[in-house]
Design a protein around this ligand. Structure first.
Ligand SMILES: [Cu+2]
Length: 261
């Protein structure tokens, strides 16, 4: 590639604009956020889960979600298909989804979402973010490491609830049930409006798994953290114009960290 300094100014400007576009299009995250990560006598057994396709650290904008392909939960009661219970809701004119759920027995509940494929013209790719979140109920603390069996998935190596800010989160990136060496993982904090990233690299943290597909990240602040392992799909997919395009497969998990005080 030609060094920038040898290029004429108009080319440099158009390159800068192209790169800006790439950065802006970079960090889509499928959110799957429960009203609490720990259900107990205090919270009661009613849970609400919110699903938005957005840019968590930037606090938006939202992207339209199509009708999810699947939504369910793995729990002590087995596997439950909850797709028919999803409620569509418009926020800022963009479709999001939510689910009301009642916990029936103690144990860990692994909620999972396979959203509709999303066409991203800026990346020339379809995006499918397989997303999960674990809710612990009534102190059983069992089942949090269960694999849902999604095509791409993060298996937590750290119990994914009851975590303090500053704790290290570790997981294995898996594809078809096997670890993915050196997989790239993007990490974002779900901004509550209190942090303004000083420059673009602070929006999305980028880490790589090791040779065994294991990644690690210490969460520096309380709140929800999204971990997105991004892998290229084996098969192309048709975009809305009927063209065959590459697919970005995401394996996401959401983790809540609490301030230690
Ligand atoms: Cu976006």
């Amino acid at each position: 590639m030609t060094p920038l300094s040898s290029q004429s100014r108009p080319i440099r400007i158009s390159l800068a604009i192209a790169l800006m576009g790439a950065a802006a299009a970079h960090a889509h995250f499928q959110e799957l956020i429960p009203s609490t990560d720990i259900v107990n006598a205090e919270t009661g057994n009613a849970l609400t889960l919110e699903m938005r396709f957005t840019h968590p650290m930037e606090g938006g904008p939202l992207m339209v979600m199509g009708e999810p392909v699947q939504f369910g939960v793995l729990s002590p009661g087995g596997r439950e298909d909850l797709k028919s219970s999803l409620q569509a809701r418009e926020i800022d004119g963009k479709r999001t989804y939510r689910l009301d759920y009642r916990i029936k027995q103690p144990g860990d509940y692994v909620f999972y979402l396979e959203p509709a494929p999303y066409w991203e013209p800026a990346e020339g790719a379809m995006i499918v973010h397989y997303t999960k979140v674990v809710v612990d109920a009534f102190g059983a603390e069992e089942g949090w490491d269960a694999n849902v069996g999604l095509p791409v998935e993060i298996e937590p190596l750290v119990r994914p609830y009851g975590l303090w800010a500053g704790n290290l989160f570790q997981g294995i990136v898996k594809r078809d049930g096997k670890p993915v060496p050196f997989a790239e993982v993007e990490v974002e904090w779900r901004n509550d409006g209190s942090i303004t990233p000083p420059s673009d690299p602070y929006i999305t943290q980028v880490i790589k798994a090791d040779a065994n597909g294991v990644f690690s990240y210490a969460m520096p602040k309380a709140g929800w953290w999204g971990f997105a392992a991004l892998l290229e799909g084996d098969e192309p997919m048709q975009n809305p114009d009927g063209e065959e395009v590459p697919v970005e497969l995401g394996a996401l998990i959401w983790i809540y960290a609490r301030e230690m005080r």
